[in-house]
Design a protein around this ligand. Sequence first.
Ligand code: GDP
Length: 484
Amino acid sequence: MFDSLSSKFNAAFSSLRSRGKITSADIDQVCNEIYQGLLEADVALGVVESFIEKVKSKSLNALPTLQSGSNQAQAIFEIVNAELIEILGGQARRVRLAKNPPTVIMLAGLQGAGKTTLAGKLAKYFKDLGDTPILVASDLQRPNAVNQLQVVGERISVPVFAPEPGNGVGDPVVVAKAGVAFARSKLHNIVIVDTAGRLGVDEEMMKQASDIRDAINPDEILFVVDAMIGQDAVKTAQAFKVGVGFDGVVLTKLDGDARGGAALSIAVLTGKPIMFASTGEKLGDFDLFHPDRMASRILGMGDVATLAEQAKKALDGESSAKMEEKFIKGEDFTLEDFLEQLEAMSKMGSMGKLLSMLPGAGAMKKQIENFDESEIVRTKAIVQSMTPQERIEPKILNGSRRARIASGSGRKVQEVNALVDKFSAAQKMMKQMINGGGAPAGMALPPGLPAMPAAPRMGKKPSTPPKRKSRSGNPAKRAIEENS
Ligand code: GDP
């Protein structure tokens, strides 16, 4: 979504980094370039102006305290990073859980914004944390909305309170109220209420949403908005803020290729944090919104923290501990390990999405787009056709063994050869990293993956996410944990 903005930032900073000593005129120039980039990305004018003003004055203040041009450029880069984090809302905010469960979450937004899809994603998110969510079907307007929610609920094994068929039949306020009462009686600790939108902002919709709000007194009202609609997202948000009021924003369709201005304007203009981001139609395409990680992506530094979190989720504890130990002890990375990694990667989702989180990914957009996901399946088939001994000791792979593997996996001998060669190169790279050399620029990723360009300079290590405290599934215990 932020591709063109990212390339503007990149161009501005690479020219700044090439200067020997930076002057105030250079700062003006970089600010002008950023200003243009932000406006082209459809960021609201007021937000752009105040952003540039802050970057300029902080940069001018920082200049005299630093000697060399590259240190100065880095300091300005960090100022821009900090200001970007700020306009994206500063800190990530989690859902506030009610002292007395259930925590009631109401979703509001236009029709087609992605509320029903999000209801399912949120329910899955809480279920994975050990909560006991229930969905309430109060969108009785949009054709098929009730049925859609039921299908989603079934897929994630979360109950759906849906006493009315919808499609214009039933009273959404009555359903919402009864849904919350039902959740309380059945000891569900989270209730997610889906409501009806309209194609545009209208009074009837606002009235219905505010009647539901008054009937169920939600702990969180989340305004769901399609990030693809650009500046209109901000206008709609402002109308909902006045008409219904909300506590946080959920941006959907961040996987689209719109210019991203909505994401960069909405927190400042509504004064409400972006809490979740939805990045696709699948139930797993969803995450907490982290302003620092988003800023990092926009500035071309990737999103290593999310990647690490996803890897941790996909690799089971035992296998990641084993890999870590191997790495520390400097043991060989074998094809056996590689197969395990490939299987974990397949669990993490599409390779295109994973690669796009790496530093410098913007520079290889085409390669990522053209990445052939089936390459992983083919690579897996080849490794699976090897004997355990061959996976540990690929050097025993002579001609006849290679021919056997090729016919066993239905691939050509040349493909087996290419995999073994690339694997040896990756193994060498791992050894180099273990010996403290770090990953070389333009490093080769494991076989089957494209080569990455060198990562842009980073002043600081990417921030690692704070360790999540373990959360009890028991709502009472949880309240104690949350407050401790
Ligand atoms: P509602 O009217 O607000 O309940 O909207 P829906 O949940 O039915 O979503 C409208 C359409 O947007 C559906 O086709 C969804 O599959 C799609 N959608 C929802 N969220 C996302 C997202 O994050 N990315 C993409 N690409 N599509 C989405």
